[in-house]
Design a protein around this ligand. Structure first.
Ligand code: NCD
Length: 301
């Protein structure tokens, strides 16, 4: 996404957030539109916040649960999509283990497609909500330094944040064990450092990542204790960071592994703000894709 488009989403999201603070958290903007969620991988926050976002804009929502749908009977992704297409959706929100699955649908069907995470590739709405959370604290991302720590290699959250943050003028530092933060990452616009302490000291925000066990296959995994000792963010490490550093995590968190409980619940943590901002960003994405125009957000009561 080019910079202007990211800015458009973030400022639309900031105005959408106001709807969530009202007693009646609903506006008629997308009344009569159909938004379908199609999740082939587990999700807690992403799916619920997309559904909530659609509902707050008065769209109808339909959620295909892959474990109870015909995919479990061998139906292909394209056939599932053809059947959903026959129900005239306006947008499909898809999460899939294969990189490129959302692009395949976007190329093949007329409805809007939102990538809610495709394998190790990208998770754009997560990066947008992360950027909104940082922008709330800093005003602008320009010139800021963001550290991404842990399993950068297999993290779609990291990849989307690296693209988004650098497009917005921020610097991205990465650190993690050799198998999870390989040298080829150098192909991305990041600076790779050896230890977590090297990046924490410099960062305006530290983004901790879960080890993507489901994507690691037989790769050598350190024990949770060893991992926490070398790459976990605990209070002792956080004391060496800037006093106003933001601690972030896309969730689900593994307390005591990549992040200490006292850090996750501590005063520098914005982890739950990320969740709240997720609804606003996803409202903005649906609004902008389904016919909204910049500056026209009809969020009147
Ligand atoms: C992330 C994901 O699914 O990529 N979670 C999320 O959407 N908030 C990160 C993860 O699973 O570790």
């Amino acid at each position: 996404m080019p910079r202007e488009q990211i800015e458009d989403v973030l400022s639309t999201a900031a105005s959408m957030r106001e709807v969530g603070r009202r007693k009646i958290k609903k506006v008629p903007t997308l009344r009569g539109r159909l938004v379908v969620t199609l999740f082939f991988e587990n999700s807690t926050r992403t799916r619920t916040s997309f559904e909530l976002a659609a509902k707050r804009l008065s769209a109808d929502t339909l959620s295909f649960s892959v474990s109870t749908s015909s995919t479990a009977k061998g139906e292909s992704l394209m056939d599932t999509a053809r059947n959903i297409h026959a129900m005239s959706p306006d947008a499909i929100i898809i999460r899939h283990a294969c990189a490129g699955a959302p692009h395949l649908l976007a190329r093949s069907f007329p409805f809007s497609v939102i990538n809610a995470g495709d394998g190790i590739n990208e998770h754009p709405s997560q990066a947008l909500l992360d950027m909104l959370t940082m922008r709330d604290h800093w005003g602008s991302l320009e010139g800021r330094t963001v550290a991404i720590v842990g399993d950068v290699q297999h993290s779609r959250v990291a990849r989307s944040n690296i693209h988004g943050l650098t497009t917005m003028g921020a610097k991205v530092l990465v650190a993690g064990p050799g198998t999870m933060c390989r040298r080829e990452l150098a192909g991305l616009p990041v600076e790779r450092r050896h230890t977590i302490d090297d990046v924490v000291a410099e960062a305006d925000a530290v983004m901790m990542l879960r080890i993507q066990r489901e994507r690691l296959g037989k790769a050598v995994l350190p024990s949770a204790r060893e991992y926490a000792a070398f790459y976990g963010l605990d209070l002792a490490r956080l004391r060496r960071a800037r006093p106003d550093v933001l601690v972030m995590h896309p969730g689900p968190i593994n307390r005591g592994v990549e992040i200490g409980a006292d850090v996750a619940d501590g005063e520098r943590s914005v982890i739950l703000d990320q969740v709240t901002n997720g609804i606003a960003v996803r409202m903005a994405l649906l609004f902008l894709l389904l016919g909204g125009r910049e500056g026209e957000a009809d969020v009147g009561a």
